[in-house]
Design a binder for this molecule. Structure first.
Ligand code: ADP
Length: 586
């Protein structure tokens, strides 16, 4: 049936010649291949349709993976181009195909119905290919246009800017994926042959959109893989530090996003932030958490410095959400591995250090045994000779010096033997709090003289431990004396005890001069001292180390220059000792 609204001279009286069908078809396909962003691509298609048909408004809707992408371009350039994305487009009742602005809401529903094939194609407004067109929208007032309409009719409210309408479905692989809507304020704007040409163009659009979708997916996949490959290469460099790795990883992110030139990125891990050079607070951004050892440890963020049009997730693509999630996941694994490596190498360092101390101890012990006998002879004969009355005064004084020096040497040897654990501890049940009280008794007056405040924080109810009491007293004394020496201008010496993880802990803390990292790595080495010859032998902490390790315990130190020092001794409590809790301080 031919319709009365058909006008074959619809273009008569117009100026510039519109491009012919063949040229337009190849232009559409070219654009689909150019890889321009979706919004721009839609705008270009709408512009071509206005140019080709001479209509006033071109609208496009495309349904893709549960979303509807919609755009509207008006011939009048003062009306802005509109583009947006509606998710949940598979539920057709909730997502009208095209904005209602300028057209009746009923027309919107009609567009949805045409895409969903809910209209009756045998009605006179439809072409053989299922497009609806009319040069007089008022004439659509017939019942039964929509399959679901009742007798009351379709009832379009006529807008004065909308007289001619063509609704042309877009198909890809025999499926309706969208719709092209052409609107003109002029009645009888379109001719039948124009609508047929538009149908051919819509077919090309379907092919172009499907092609573009595949091409985009491929491009995004390449970008994603390039980014992930870069991160995998970083992870494969064992020598690279965590800082360097995260710094280089953050630079790999912007090229993986749709608008690399406006993209900035940052990785936040705990207190540290690694950002691209152009980083500033993004107007639109997406984030993914870094989860290390099951705990949230930071995040990866990619954002745009300039506002971008809406896509799947804000201005971002679904693929970009997948990419940032994968990157965050990969980085979490790398951080976890690096941290485990760092812990392992720290442990190895500690073992090496302990090994070195043990070697020094054995050497020292051997030497001490060798020296003990000749030293005993020197001391014995010097003391004997000094007793001889016939010896001149000067000689006697010299002999006494020999005796004093030999006694000092004997003390050094004794300490060396303790360090080398050559003296077997004689173990009894020891109450650490009582031991601290006894030890501090002798130090109190010295502290007072030096202007040092002595603070005790002794935990009540500690279990007793099996230990050599005099040796532990030696540990406390050595640590406390070091602290006193570190506070020449006064300060606070705090001695604390507690019970943690089956260990009794003894903490000696001062507010003295503190130590540099370099000094701290050497303090347990025998004969290492920073003090004057008459002030220290460099054996105090070696002895502490020897005694504590002989008791199966550990010594830890925390210090910084000018910030004082804290030594923590941990001594294991034997299972049989638990329960023997003292209640003196309870
Ligand atoms: P000595 O006290 O005879 O020097 P130690 O083995 O007891 O030997 O100590 C070794 C070095 O450790 C000291 O010379 C000093 O540099 C440093 N040290 C030990 N305890 C402290 C402390 N509480 N504050 C600052 N430095 C300390």
């Amino acid at each position: 049936m031919k319709r009365e609204n058909t006008r074959s001279d619809s273009r008569s009286g117009r100026g510039a010649q519109p491009p012919n069908l063949r040229i337009l078809t190849s232009r559409i396909l070219e654009f689909a291949d150019s890889g321009i962003p979706r919004a721009q691509f839609f705008k270009e298609l709408a512009r071509m349709m206005i140019e080709f048909t001479g209509c006033d408004v071109a609208r496009l809707v495309l349904r893709d993976q549960g979303r509807a992408y919609r755009c509207e371009l008006t011939r009048d350039t003062s009306t802005p181009f509109r583009f947006d994305v509606v998710s949940g487009a598979d539920r057709k009742e909730e997502t009208p195909a095209i904005w209602s602005q300028g057209t009746a809401e009923a027309l919107e529903r009609l567009c949805c119905d045409i895409i969903d094939k809910q209209t009756d194609p045998s009605l006179p407004w439809f072409t053989a290919h299922g497009s609806l067109w009319t040069g007089d929208i008022d004439s659509l007032r017939l019942p039964g246009l929509r399959k679901s309409d009742d007798e009351s009719g379709f009832g379009i409210r006529i807008d004065r800017d909308c007289a001619s309408v063509a609704l042309i479905p877009i198909e890809a692989r025999n499926e309706r994926i969208g719709l092209l809507q052409l609107v003109s304020a002029t009645a009888d704007r379109f001719s039948e042959s124009e609508v047929e040409k538009c149908e051919q163009l819509a077919q090309t659009l379907g092919v172009a959109l499907a092609h573009r979708r595949l091409q985009l997916a491929l491009r995004e996949r390449v970008k994603e893989l390039t980014c992930l490959y870069g991160i995998a290469r970083l992870a494969a460099r064992p020598e690279i530090s965590m800082e360097r790795l995260l710094k280089e990883a953050v630079a790999l992110l912007p090229p993986g996003w749709l608008y690399p030139d406006s993209a900035c990125a940052r990785i936040v891990l705990g207190e540290r932030t690694f950002a691209t050079g152009n980083y500033r607070k993004a107007v639109q951004s997406m984030k993914a958490d870094l989860v290390v050892d099951g705990r949230e440890a930071g995040f990866v963020e990619v954002g745009y410095i300039w506002e971008k049009p809406t896509l799947d997730e804000g201005p971002f693509l679904t693929e970009e959400r997948n990419l940032i999630d994968t990157v965050a996941n990969e980085l979490s694994i790398i951080v976890e591995q690096k941290q485990a490596e760092a812990e392992r190498s720290q442990l190895e360092d500690q073992l090496r250090h302990a090994d070195r101390l043990a070697t020094i101890g054995q050497l020292g012990a051997g030497l001490a045994h060798e020296l003990n006998e000749p030293l005993a002879n020197i001391l014995g004969f010097a003391q004997l000779a000094a007793k001889d009355r016939s010896v001149a005064d000067q000689t006697r004084q010299d002999l006494e010096k020999i005796v004093a020096a030999s006694l000092h040497a004997r003390e050094v040897i004794a300490k060396l033997l303790v360090f080398a654990r050559q003296t077997t501890p004689e173990k009894t049940l020891v109450n650490i709090n009582r031991l601290v009280e006894d030890g501090l008794y002798f130090l109190q007056s010295r502290c007072k003289k030096a202007g040092i405040e002595l603070v005790r924080n002794l935990a009540a109810g500690l279990p007793e431990i099996t230990a050599d009491r005099p040796q532990l007293l030696q540990v406390l004394t050595n640590l406390a004396v070091n602290s006193l020496q570190a506070m020449p201008d006064g300060g606070v010496l705090t001695i604390s005890t507690d019970f943690v993880d089956n260990h009794v802990r003894l903490m000696v803390e001062d507010t003295g001069v503190g130590m540099s990292d370099e000094i701290m790595t050497n303090i347990f080495n025998p004969f290492f001292t920073t003090k004057d010859v008459d002030q220290g032998t460099g054996l105090g902490l070696s002895v502490v180390h020897g005694i504590v390790t002989a008791h199966g315990g550990t010594v830890d130190v925390e210090s910084a220059v000018g910030k004082g020092a804290k030594f923590t001794i941990r001594l294991p409590v034997e299972k049989t000792d638990i329960g023997k809790r003292e209640d003196r301080h309870a």
